[in-house]
Design a protein around this ligand. Sequence first.
Ligand SMILES: *Cc1c(COP(=O)(O)O)cnc(C)c1O
Length: 381
Amino acid sequence: MSAKTPNVDTLALHAASRKAPTKAQAVVPPITLATTFERGVDGSYPDGYSYTRTGNPNRSDLEQALAKLEGGSDALCFSSGSAATMALLMALAPGDHVIAPKGAYHGTKCILTKIMNRWGLDVSLVDGHDMVAITQAIKPTTRLLWVETPSNPLLDITDIAAVVERARRARALVCCDNTFASPVLQNPLTLGADFVMHSTTKSIGGHSDVLGGALIARQDSEIWQRAKQVQKEAGAVPSPFDSWLTLRGLKTMPLRVRQSSSNALAIARYLHTHPKITHCYYPGLEAHPGHALAQCQMPHGFGGVLAFRLGSRQRAMDLVAKLELVTRATSLGGVESTIEHRASMEGPDTKTPDDLVRMSVGVESAADLIEDLRAALLQLS
Ligand SMILES: *Cc1c(COP(=O)(O)O)cnc(C)c1O
């Protein structure tokens, strides 16, 4: 590639375009299922691969592509997004303090408050978009500030550069869960974050058929080397086929993310003024409190997820039951639109309003999706 950085569409397609090293010159790399690799006669490993837990060509392809897409120096792939989160937290030391948003992904909060707290991490959960609350929570032992923007499920927007500035002053690091935005819409490393975390299960894989996660670093550091050690030694790594499938999804990610975002904006605008909808949360709406910030931080689109409320749990459940095109399922970022009553997914200790549904908008026609919602809303008493 030339010195000029190619745009995201070109990168998504060609960043990992390793061809098969055979006479056939297949345009797609083969899946290297081998768990072990032969040494040279001098005992060395000619291509650097020795055992698939520590490294595999398909995983390397995916890691290199994700590092390029986020503008990072290195990436590590895992068997799930949660395994990626765990690896970064395990690279910290017992007694280190972590600040994370109350509105973080439910599983991330469980890891912090039910697993890593027992392991000795000191965790404070704060209002994630309240810079005063974040600043006040900083202690001398604060090592990591966790950011998730847009947040789940209320789509709050956090000012990444502002969090980075507070963290720098405290000599702490910043990791941004960039799953909702994807590398197409937001690049936290260019805003100064130290690490990006992705659940590649979502819009990077994009087809609801492969679980995975990734960490990407802006630069090398002691913590990064420890996260790398956790990946290789603890071994929550994606299989070669998982890596290959995720990379296949990545190629069309920019197209899918743009289509989902423009569909989600059309749907949010429709629901926002609908008399049976009491609240609609989408950062692309001018009425959203984070709209101006979102326009600066994610200028190419606001993502494919929106949430809305219907006034009661029963109405929320009824709407979800009456939709025909939109699938009742959790998760997000797939080509197909899905919808769920979020509080029942998160369980009894959730703070999510009981009348809220979260929708992940796919790449169907926006008109057909709006028609499905219109017909279902019409049937609500
Ligand atoms: C799904 C998700 C995760 C967890 O990823 P898994 O691949 O399910 O382990 C973390 N953060 C966000 C924002 C997510 O949507």
